[in-house]
Design a protein around this ligand. Structure first.
Ligand code: NAD
Length: 543
């Protein structure tokens, strides 16, 4: 006889154990479920078809998102079964771009809590609060303070949609079991006036905390998380610029922490560049990369480019020379007054240039990489100029969601006579160009962070290093086939993401052991250790 938590109505309300109509007759008898479900038993495959029918009948993507989240809340096995089997269709719903719309409307569509909310008023009590979480074996936390949600800015506590979505990708892409994952939002207020004026907003009604109290909350949270969940991996997510760089550099040496917006984006962008260079046939050291936007994404990408060049034996200074930046103040030049620390290595001895088209003319970049949040800024003139001085211009429009992209895939192909090598942050559909089918690459961080996370938790690594992200980038690019590459795809198909993430995990775990970052004994077969960790969304037999 199972305890009351694991039988009857309680069992139907436990999303990790619930099977819905898939409980067999024997299970219904044994678990006190007779009469609580309609008589007919369905298989997981039949349930999947029911779910897909429902999702596809919804009029808007936000309705589809709501349906999926409700499914996740009542039956996680079915949710992940659907997500994994239909990843190309589902990923844009549970993550960018739809999750952006969900976060904007979060207070209005709110139904059930998922994850933990810790507010600035909870300082001094965070340890106690974490004890309320029902699962003791948490291995990955994704935490945000909601200040820079995708390219949408400060959404305060509404940002919770992001840790929830990212962790569902840890499970779907890298097979990390859902009960090992904890989404957290640190609510330190919001400077978004519209949200503060909205009676349905779910967060604190106050402006953002900026002072010592903020740092105290973050430090208390990290310490409490490590105490409650020893060895936990913490992914920093969608923090504002000023805090993201600061937190990463203060936490990375002493804790098992990484920032996906900086390091994850850096690795996925580098992988795209490496794939693109297979098409141009030119070495990385000979590129001139013009990064448009000098925030977390592009600074992270440049750091990875420099790391890749260092690995090839290029000196640090020469490696930095490859990376040019253009931000809201113009071309990043050394004569500019007060340059933040993270941008300083890339400031060039060059006359100031205020206009992007002029910067393209002056720098003559081989690649233009947009992560500015500024839609439509790669104009016909600019993309055309790239095509004039490059046989195969590399154009990445990484800003999310889709409406924020610097240019569309179609524009890139049309304005470069089909020669442009394109990648975006949010997905774009394939484009027919003069009888050819061109398939844009999606530089989705989901190719990187789940595999890195799986490698870290499999090995029990104490730290997350740039070497791990570099290895992940190379591993990702290696998995793009020649035929895929010729059609423009710089990343492997999403349908293969589970294999991709598993391979990345094997490399990352191997590095952790190679570099003495794990106290656990190295298994004879690292790949088998990674495989053994993988969660499969199939129902257990209870009777
Ligand atoms: P951020 O706020 O840290 O940085 C934005 C940068 O853009 C800043 O340097 C800012 O100066 C610059 N900028 C703003 N207006 C500009 C203008 N008019 N001209 C030139 N530069 C301008 O944000 P972030 O984390 O770097 O993200 C930027 C964008 O990249 C977002 O839209 C985000 O969704 C996207 N992103 C994509 C991926 C991906 O494709 N995998 C990953 C992370 C972020």
């Amino acid at each position: 006889m199972q305890d009351s938590k694991h039988r009857g109505v309680s069992l139907l309300h436990d999303p990790l154990r619930n099977k819905g109509t898939a409980f067999s007759a024997a299970e219904r008898d044994a678990l006190g479920l007779r009469g609580l479900l309609p008589p007919r038993s369905h298989t997981l495959a039949e349930q999947e078809r029911r779910v897909l029918g429902n999702i596809r009948s919804k009029a808007t993507d936000l309705d589809k998102y709501l349906f999926l989240i409700a499914l996740q809340d009542r039956n996680e096995t079915l949710f992940y079964h659907v997500l994994m089997n239909n990843i190309e269709e589902m990923m844009p719903l549970v993550y960018t771009p739809t999750v952006g719309a969900a976060c904007q409307a979060f207070g209005h569509i709110y139904r059930r809590p998922r994850g933990m909310y810790i507010s600035i008023n909870d300082r001094g009590n965070v340890r106690e609060i974490l004890r309320n979480w029902p699962h003791d074996d948490v291995r990955v936390i994704v935490v945000t303070d909601g200040e820079r949600i995708l390219g949408l800015g400060d959404l305060g506590a509404n940002g919770m949609g992001i840790p929830v979505g990212k962790l569902s990708l840890y499970t779907a892409c890298a097979g990390i079991a859902p009960q090992f994952c904890l989404p957290v939002t640190l609510d330190v207020g919001t400077n978004n006036r519209e949200l503060l004026d909205d009676e349905l907003y779910i967060g604190l009604e106050r402006l953002r905390e900026r002072g010592d109290a903020y740092d105290e909350l973050v430090q208390e949270f990290i310490a409490a998380a490590e105490e409650r969940f020893p060895g936990v991996l913490v992914q920093l997510e969608d923090f504002g610029n000023a805090n993201a760089f600061r937190l990463l550099s203060s936490l990375r040496e002493g804790h098992c922490v990484f920032d996906d917006d900086i390091q994850g984006t850096g690795a996925v962008t580098l992988a795209g560049i490496i794939s693109a260079l297979r098409l141009t046939g030119t070495p990385l050291a000979e590129q001139r990369l013009l990064f448009y936007g000098a925030g977390q994404a592009n600074i992270g990408a440049a750091a990875m480019v420099v790391a890749a060049l260092r690995e090839e034996g290029v000196a640090e200074e020469a490696a930095r020379e490859v990376c040019w930046f253009f931000d809201s103040t113009g071309l990043l030049v050394s004569s500019r007054a007060s340059i933040p620390a993270q941008k300083q290595p890339y400031a060039k001895d060059h006359a100031p240039v205020a206009d992007l088209a002029e910067a393209v003319a002056a720098v003559r970049p081989t690649a233009l990489i947009g992560a500015s949040g500024q839609p439509g800024t790669f104009t016909r003139e600019i993309v055309g100029a790239m095509a004039q001085h490059n046989e195969r211009p590399i154009i990445f429009a990484l800003s999310n969601p889709t409406a924020n992209a610097e240019c569309t895939a179609e524009q890139c192909y049309n304005w470069t006579g089909g020669r442009g090598i394109f990648a975006s942050g949010s997905p774009f559909a394939p484009v027919e160009y003069e009888g050819r089918r061109l398939v844009p690459g999606q530089g989705n961080n989901a190719y990187i962070f789940p595999g890195v996370g799986l490698g870290v938790i499999t090995s029990g690594a104490r730290r997350v290093t740039d070497d791990m992200f570099l290895a992940a980038a190379h591993c990702l690019s290696r998995q793009v086939g020649e035929e895929q590459l010729q059609s423009g795809q710089l990343y492997p198909p999403l349908a293969e993401i589970r294999t991709v993430c598993t391979r990345i995990a094997v490399e990352v775990a191997g590095l952790a052991w190679d570099n003495g970052l794990s106290d656990r004994e190295r298994p004879a077969d690292v790949a088998a250790a990674v495989e053994a960790m993988l969660y499969d969304p199939v129902y257990p037999h209870y009777a």
